[in-house]
Design a protein around this ligand. Structure first.
Ligand SMILES: Cc1cc2nc3c(=O)[nH]c(=O)nc-3n(C[C@H](O)[C@H](O)[C@H](O)COP(=O)(O)OP(=O)(O)OC[C@H]3O[C@@H](n4cnc5c(N)ncnc54)[C@H](O)[C@@H]3O)c2cc1C
Length: 376
């Protein structure tokens, strides 16, 4: 048993760190933007990291999508820019349903372009009245003699307006199905979502009787929930990686500050309560990183265990990141409060992680249910 990344992952980590370092000078500007930042897009395109989001057959690096590699990359990217991290993550989150549920034609049409970051994908689950409760979606898919008709509105969709296609989760009869909708299909309109405390490329997407061929389906009719759960199983754990990267970046800011800021005749780091905060932050980051890497490793080999361990890792790491970044602001005093400083950005960016891809309370319910399966 090894608790360290092997050479292959260390190589991926150094590629990701190189990309992260290359955007440092534009990160603050990009992270303040709710539209795709051209410099960040160009940087991601010029890296080879899109290779991790598709399988070997479509130009990818591995035979199967590798959650550990994605986790390691998100850890490095998030430490530099949340915009870069989201853009990278969405290449996989938005296209995984094609990888596992698409036909050969759908895969051949889209996946090489996803790999090259020539097309941006979007995954459209959430609706105005359906967030955590996915089964409450009302967007409808109806099969007619002339093909499929999609009607409804999705809300808070990452990449909306910039995506080349939407993977849409919809109600079909008594079940749920998933369809692949090219962004230029007639009947689609996008309105930007109000700006968040940590800006993000988001929009609401309306599908007004969008007509699609039967071949637009991803998976069988009624298999939509399976595809969504498969996507979350693989990608939820990568949020844990991003949360660890964010917390590590916050701690580095606090360490730099508390080493050099002198109060009461000593560096802050030598004052007992500050030293305790530093120690707790570092320890909690290490714990979350181990859990994230283990869950991501399990997701490679044991898909049955994936969702539970991914949920635990995402829960632990996102809650940890909020605690850590809050303590780091505290250690930096008034300097931690300056708008658009690195630590202030990280403070805002930590918050949504406890809500998207499974709010903490919802994850806890699922984890507890696994533990008490036999209880009525
Ligand atoms: C930055 C960002 C990017 C996003 N990108 C996408 C995207 O690309 N595609 C997409 O489809 N969606 C996206 N979303 C939406 C996201 O998936 C939802 O915000 C999330 O599923 C939670 O739904 P909600 O916000 O409607 O909260 P609600 O479901 O209304 O829940 C609100 C709160 O109630 C509590 N709660 C809810 N249910 C339970 C329960 N059963 N038990 C106990 N407590 C509960 C939790 O505390 C939860 O935070 C994004 C959101 C954000 C913030």
């Amino acid at each position: 048993m090894s608790f360290e990344l092997d050479d292959e992952y260390l190589e991926i980590q150094s590629e990701a760190r190189e990309l992260a370092a290359s955007v440092e000078t534009i990160a603050a500007e990009a992270d303040a933007s709710n539209v795709i930042h051209p410099g960040i897009l160009a940087a991601l395109r010029s890296s080879n990291l899109g290779d991790l989001m598709v399988t070997e057959q479509y130009g990818g690096r591995f035979q199967k999508i590798d959650p550990l590699a994605i986790c390691v990359v998100r850890e490095a990217l998030m430490a530099s820019s949340s915009h870069l991290d989201s853009l990278f993550a969405l290449q996989g989150i938005g296209s995984y349903a094609i990888t596992v549920g698409g036909t050969d034609e759908q895969r051949a049409q889209w996946l090489p372009r996803v790999r090259a970051v020539e097309v941006l994908p979007a995954l459209a689950l959430t609706e105005p009245d359906a967030g955590s409760d996915l089964k409450a979606v009302t967007t409808s898919l109806v099969a007619t003699a002339d093909g499929l008709v999609l009607r409804g509105t999705k809300a808070f969709i990452s990449n909306a307006g910039s995506a080349g296609f939407y993977v849409v989760f919809a109600k079909e009869g008594a079940g749920f199905s998933t369809v692949l909708v090219p962004a230029d299909a007639p009947g689609i309109s996008v309105t930007p979502t109000p700006e968040l405390i940590a800006p993000h490329v988001l929009g609401d997407v309306r599908f007004d009787d969008v007509r699609l061929p039967e071949a637009a389906r991803l998976g069988e009719p009624g298999a939509g929930m399976e595809l969504v759960l498969a996507t979350l199983g693989i990608f939820r754990v990568s949020v844990a990686g991003a949360a660890v990267g964010l917390a590590q970046a916050a701690l580095e800011e606090a360490v730099r500050h508390t080493r050099t800021r002198i109060q009461f005749g000593r560096p802050l780091a030598r004052l007992g309560p500050v030293a305790q905060m530093l120690a707790d932050c570092w320890t909690e980051i290490e714990m979350a990183r181990l859990l994230a890497y283990r869950a991501a490793s399990l997701a490679r080999t044991d898909p049955g265990a994936t969702l539970q361990h991914s949920s635990m890792a995402k829960l632990a790491a996102s809650e940890m990141a909020s605690r850590v970044v809050d303590r780091c602001v505290q250690m930096m005093g008034r300097f931690g409060l300056v708008r658009d400083s690195k630590i202030e950005r990280l403070y805002r960016q930590a918050r949504p992680m406890r809500i998207y891809e499974g709010a903490s309370e919802v994850l806890r319910l699922g984890i507890a249910r696994q533990l008490t399966e036999d209880v009525a």
